[in-house]
Design a protein around this ligand. Structure first.
Ligand code: MN
Length: 395
């Protein structure tokens, strides 16, 4: 068996810069979604991809994790530069080991790895995001998660601390399987059915990644969109001897490459949307059980030592905000999407239903506090009105 890959990326319709990066090199694929400042996000994503592009030949999950950890340290150390302060990136990477017929996928953050097999799309990775946590706690439905205003808050990213916890998944693959790696700009715009329809319709990996990106941009393109496909094929790689990686050295996908290649958003000359054109087919993957077909071996990693040490502006504050009806304390800066995605530091027992108008207004101003203690004091001092018997809203 062998693997053939392709990638595409697009800045989208809203963002000014593309902070996503992609890599396809031999049987290795990766996507990184950078965040933090004007330069930082791009730099962090590029550093992650550069570290991964040094991989030669088949590697196992331990090696892949080591490389991601090395990338994390490099990004973290680089963030002492003023222009890169607070930079971070997600990463999802996959590599094919032909000696075992296994594709290993590692991830940090909310970029995803999927398996498309027998017309079914299954998410293999678990997002390190706030909405994923809430989903797991049963506090959100899939539908609510999809449109949640804080769905872009990640709970893990490369570059935030000197250590990072990396998840790894091993998938035993067969010819015809497709591994899809994507930044959230894809799956926040295109539902699983739509992704599956395109993967089913377009056999050529380059055509498929281009179409996935095109549709995500067309549906709104509110974020950078990046997709990598690794296709598992019958036979050995004619260009590679002995499993060595003889393919061209990995090229990070340049900004807007897709735009210049394809005429940008809405340059739809690729025919009707297969998801719409062939509605019967979509029933094939409408009701799949995620991860049901997978051989997923454990989750590996090291323990995060904490965010101490280098205090960076983006992560130096604490503020309270409403989340899913509750008051939570976030680390970072309000509106951090443009700078750094804030992460939930602490939940509180307070629900916004319990707050009076003045307290809601104070909460809405989202003052930033230097310490968690200060933020907790602020929450404690929010006034609560007298009538406590308001019923819980049912969902
Ligand atoms: Mn993104």
């Amino acid at each position: 068996m062998r693997v053939v890959g392709a990638s595409a990326t697009h800045v989208g319709q809203v963002r000014e810069t593309n902070q996503d990066r992609a890599l396809v090199s031999g049987s290795l694929g990766a996507v990184a979604d950078g965040m933090g400042g004007h330069l930082g996000g791009e730099h962090a994503a590029a550093l992650a991809i550069a570290e991964l592009s040094g991989i030669r030949g088949p590697v196992d999950e331990h090696r892949l994790i080591e490389v991601v950890e090395a990338a994390n340290l490099r990004i973290h150390e680089g963030s002492v530069e003023p222009q890169y302060r607070g930079m971070g990136t997600t990463v999802v990477a996959a590599t094919f080991d032909s000696s075992r017929n296994v594709i290993t996928i590692v991830n940090v953050g909310d970029s995803r790895g999927y398996l498309f097999r027998e017309q079914r799309l299954s998410q293999i990775t678990v997002d390190h995001s706030l909405v994923e946590d809430l989903l797991r706690q049963g506090r959100l439905t899939e539908e609510e998660a999809r449109v949640h205003p804080q769905r872009n808050i990640v709970t893990r990213a490369l570059g935030i601390g000197p250590d990072v916890e990396v998840d790894a998944f091993a998938v035993e693959v067969a010819p015809g399987d497709r591994i899809v790696l994507a930044s959230d700009g894809l799956f926040n715009e295109v539902e699983d059915d739509g992704i599956g329809a395109i993967l089913d319709h377009l056999v050529d990996p380059k055509e498929a990644v281009d179409e996935l990106v095109r549709v995500a941009v067309e549906r709104g393109g509110r974020d950078n969109v990046t997709v990598v496909i690794l296709d598992v094929l019958e036979g050995d790689d004619p260009t590679a001897g002995d499993g060595a990686d003889a393919a061209p050295v990995g090229r990070p996908v340049a900004n807007d490459q897709f735009a210049s290649d394809n005429g940008g958003p809405g340059g739809g000359t690729l025919g009707p949307d297969p998801a719409v054109a062939d509605p019967d087919k979509s029933s094939f993957w409408r009701r799949f059980r995620p991860r049901s077909m997978l051989l997923t071996i454990g989750v590996l990693g090291v323990v995060v030592l904490g965010f101490g040490g280098t205090a960076v502006y983006a992560r130096s504050g604490y503020f309270a905000d409403e989340l899913d009806g509750d008051v939570v304390i976030l680390r970072g800066r309000p509106g951090g999407v443009l700078w750094f995605k804030p992460s939930v530091e602490s939940e509180t027992s307070l629900s916004v239903d319990e707050l009076d108008g003045a307290s809601l207004e104070r909460l809405g101003q989202r003052p930033v506090w230097p310490t968690l203690e200060d933020a907790r004091d602020f929450v404690d001092n929010l006034e609560t009105p007298v009538e406590p018997d308001a019923p819980e809203p049912s969902d």
